[in-house]
Design a protein around this ligand. Structure first.
Ligand SMILES: N[C@@H](CCC(=O)N[C@@H](CS)C(=O)NCC(=O)O)C(=O)O
Length: 209
């Protein structure tokens, strides 16, 4: 049974979706980031950057326990452990890794800043921050829209990959970062396709807070 330390956020949801899709049993441990529980020493011991998500797998490499922090690293670890949602061939692996890194480097940090500036009091600082990060977030959605033309999944054919799980976690909050899907038909179709998967739906339904 994998221990999942998490909260009800886009980065947290990526991992509950992946664990459900992979059919791995797991136990949720909530880390209430609005109460600063991410700074508690026991959590920092497995997640030194004081951020969720993190996992502890009692049955890690060589049968010994392992902890993993950073959602992208967790997804790669789980894909390696199960042999699922990451192609075996090197070209397929490159494509999944590219889109996973695209998410980790941009399609997460940028909408995350939109969420931040939307919570600030009205004024020039809020307007500047919102405009800058909202523009970049919309650009990233445009990149995804182009990528999904004629494709069912972001980096693979036939079935999704961990890159889809990573991107979906943030697309799940598209209304909050104010990017409607009206002008993004390929993104809208992909989003509906992913959410129609029973295991993915369970990953969004499981209580994380
Ligand atoms: N790059 C990290 C980002 C994780 C992250 O930003 N987590 C947020 C919630 S979505 C968090 O724990 N924030 C707590 C804090 O900022 O102290 C990952 O993908 O795991």
């Amino acid at each position: 049974m994998i221990d999942l330390y998490t909260w009800n956020t886009p980065n947290g949801r990526k991992i509950s979706v992946a664990l459900e899709e992979m059919g791995l049993p797991y136990k949720v441990h909530t880390v209430n980031i609005s109460k600063n529980e991410q700074f508690e020493p026991a959590f920092l011991a497995i997640s030194p950057n004081n951020r969720i998500p993190a996992i502890v797998d009692p049955d890690g490499p060589g049968g010994a326990p392992i902890s993993v922090f950073e959602s992208g690293a967790i997804l790669l670890y789980l894909a390696e452990k199960t042999g699922k949602f990451m192609p075996a061939d090197p070209r397929g692996k490159v494509a999944v890794t590219e889109w996973l890194m695209w998410q980790m480097g941009g399609f997460g940090p940028m909408p995350g800043q939109v969420h931040h500036f939307l919570m600030q009091p009205e004024g020039p600082a809020r307007d500047y921050g919102f405009k800058r990060y909202h523009t970049e977030t919309k650009r990233l959605y445009g990149v995804l829209e182009k990528r999904l033309a004629g494709r069912d999944f972001v980096a693979t054919e036939g079935e999704p990959s961990i890159a889809d799980f990573a991107i979906l976690g943030w697309a799940w909050r598209h209304e909050r970062h104010e990017v409607p899907f009206g002008d993004l038909p390929n993104v809208a179709a992909w989003y509906a396709r992913m959410m129609a998967r029973p295991a993915t739906a369970r990953g969004f339904e499981v209580a994380l807070s």
